[in-house]
Ligand binder design. Structure first.
Ligand code: GDP
Length: 195
């Protein structure tokens, strides 16, 4: 699907560290513990590639991976830590804003939402930032294997209702389970068809 290696390239803490915008780029955002590392591992087919992002010291960085020779996959720091110091939160919000508005090759942001929890206020904040940065974003529901039969439609309705208020939201959702492999091929295909 993605010809060439999938590798951790670098962690970035300032705009000056960004790699050249010479490939198509997609980024992944989500609350901490949403299942972002598991999803990145699943779509790259590498068991522990996103572990690089979760090692101490890397959790506040924007982490770049090569996805074959044509794409960058960007792992944004998880947000919504209950105990994060305000200065750190502000610093990363600043970098995030700069990144989102300064990356001409960024084709889409994937905002991960835990299927059990739906869209929370902190997710709305990121979505509003994506709206104002004019970055198209698509919601990816994670851990759907944890939903009971019959719960899925309720969650999808809640998410669709909230997305309708965001001008930058791509209407179609991607429903995934990294554990069961559901939706992974769809997500890969969406990335591969971006131009
Ligand atoms: P991150 O903090 O967003 O990178 O989240 P992780 O990928 O580290 O996952 C957080 C927790 O959720 C871990 O205990 C994972 O095993 C679990 N998890 C992640 N994806 C899934 C999934 O699709 N299904 C289930 N049942 N658990 C998952």
């Amino acid at each position: 699907m993605f010809a060439g290696p999938v590798e951790f390239l670098k962690g970035v803490v300032a705009m000056s560290g960004l790699p050249d915008a010479d490939r198509l780029e997609v980024c992944f955002a989500g609350r901490s513990n949403v299942g972002k590392s598991s999803l990145i591992n699943a779509i790259t087919g590498r068991k522990a590639i996103a572990r690089a992002s979760n090692t101490p010291g890397r959790t506040q960085e924007i982490n770049f991976f090569t996805l074959g020779e044509s794409h960058y996959l960007v792992d944004l720091p998880g947000y919504g830590y209950a105990n994060a110091p305000l200065a750190k939160v502000e610093a990363w919000q600043r970098l995030l804003k700069q990144y989102l508005s300064g990356r001409p090759n960024l084709r889409r942001a994937f905002v991960l939402i835990d299927a059990r929890h739906g869209i929370k206020d902190v997710d709305e904040e990121i979505m509003s930032l994506l709206d104002s940065s004019a970055v198209t974003f698509q919601c990816v529901l994670t851990k759907v294997d944890k939903l009971k039969a019959g719960e899925r439609d309720k969650v999808l309705d809640q998410v669709r209702g909230k997305l309708a208020k965001h001008p930058a939201a791509f209407p179609e959702l991607i429903v995934t389970s990294s554990e069961k492999g559901e939706g992974i091929a769809t997500l890969r295909a969406v990335i591969a068809t971006l131009e």
